[in-house]
Design a protein around this ligand. Sequence first.
Ligand SMILES: Cc1cc2nc3c(=O)[nH]c(=O)nc-3n(C[C@H](O)[C@H](O)[C@H](O)COP(=O)(O)OP(=O)(O)OC[C@H]3O[C@@H](n4cnc5c(N)ncnc54)[C@H](O)[C@@H]3O)c2cc1C
Length: 387
Amino acid sequence: MQTSAPQQHDDLRDALRALCSEFPAEYHRRHGAEGSYPEEFIEALTKAGWLAAMIPEEYGGSGLGLTEASIVMEEINRAGGNAGHCHGQMYNMGTLLRHGSEAQKKTYLPKIASGELRLQSMAVTEPTTGTDTTKLKTTANRKGDKYVVNGQKVWISRIQHSDLMILLARTTPLADVKRKSEGLSVFLVEIGQVLGNGMKVQPIPNMVGHETNELFFDEMEIPADSLIGEEGRGFRYILDGLNAERTLIAAECIGDGYWFLEKARDYAADREVFGRSIGQNQGIQFPLARAYVNVEAANLMRFEACRRFDAMESAGAQANMAKLLAADASWEAANTCLQTFGGFGFAAEYDVERKFRETRLYQVAPISTNLILSYVAEHILGLPRSF
Ligand SMILES: Cc1cc2nc3c(=O)[nH]c(=O)nc-3n(C[C@H](O)[C@H](O)[C@H](O)COP(=O)(O)OP(=O)(O)OC[C@H]3O[C@@H](n4cnc5c(N)ncnc54)[C@H](O)[C@@H]3O)c2cc1C
C-alpha cells in the first residue's frame, strides 16, 4: 500500500517481512485463541537480533535508533502479529541506555543482545493510584547495601517471559518532597532473584490474551546497585522511557491500521453482492479512504516523534500526539474493516475480530486518550492544570 512515510528503510522492512512470513496467520490466531505466548516467534526475532536493535554495537547490539525499532514493531503488526508480546525490550532499553551506569550496561547489555536475558517488563501502574503515577505507594527503603521494597503493582506485562524488570518506587515519602515528581527511583530488578522471594505474581486473564500480572512485594530485598541513575530522580528517567513506549505503540497502531486497510480493500474488491463488488459502493469506499488518510497523517507524526527522540530533542509532545493519532486511526480502520467484512468479520478465521480486540487496547494503555488530551491542553496550549 502506497505511503507518504520516509522510504529509506526498505532493507529493514524486507528483512522483517521475510522473518514474519515464516509465522503465518494461523500461528498468531492459535496463540490469540489459547492466550498463549508466541515463544517461537519471539525467539526468532531475538536470534535475528531485532530485539537488540537499540543496543549500541560496543555492547553487541545493532546501534539503531527508535526510528528503526519502531519499524520493527510496525512490521510485526502489519504482518498480522502482535508486537505487544515483545515491545517492552525496546522501550525499557532507553532507560538503561540513557541513565544506567557503565557497570550496569556492561553487565546486562551484552547478555540482552545475545538473547541470554530479556528486559521485557516495566512496573509502574498500581491498583489504587492508576494514572496518578506520582502518588504510587510502592516504597523502596535503603538498608545497608540493599533496598527493601513493599507494595503492589497491577497490569505488569511479560513478567513470565522476562529476566529483568524496570521498577518505579518511592524512596522519599511524598510528604517530604517539594514536588510530587521528586523522591521516586528506578531500579533494574533481576526477576529470578525475587520471584517467590519477596515478590508474588498473580496473572490477570484478559480480553487480548496478553501476558500481564498483579505483583505483590513483601519485604523484597534488591541489591543497592540495582538503582538506575540517582535516587529520587526516577520519574524524570521513566518519562524518557514512556515517550519511547508511546512512539513504539504508535508505530504498532500504524502497522495495525495498514493491516486492516489491506484486508478490507482486498475483501471489498472480491466480495460480490447485488451482482457487483461491494468495493464499488461509495458507502464502502469512503470510510476506507478516510481511515487511510488518518493512518497516513498519524504515521508522519510518529516519524517526527522518532526523529526528535533519536536526536535527543524533547519528544514528549510529539510522542503523545503520535500515540493519540495512531491509536484513533487504527481503531477507525479496525471498525471500518469489520463493517466491510459484514458477518464474516466476526469469524475467527479471518483474524479481523482478534486484531480488532488487540488494537482497542491502545485507546487505554499505556496511556489513555483523555490523559494525552489533558497533557496537550496543559503543556502545549498552556491551559490551567485540571488535576
Ligand atoms: C493489557 C494491559 C497491559 C498493561 N501493561 C502494563 C505494564 O507492563 N506496565 C505498567 O506499568 N502498566 C501497564 N498497564 C497499565 C496501563 O498503563 C493503565 O491501565 C493505563 O495507564 C490506565 O490506567 P488505569 O487503568 O489505572 O486507569 P485509571 O487511571 O483508573 O483511569 C480510568 C479511566 O478514567 C480516565 N481518567 C482518569 N483521570 C482522568 C482525568 N483527570 N480526566 C479525564 N479522564 C480521566 C482515564 O482516561 C481512563 O479512561 C497495562 C494495561 C493493560 C490493560
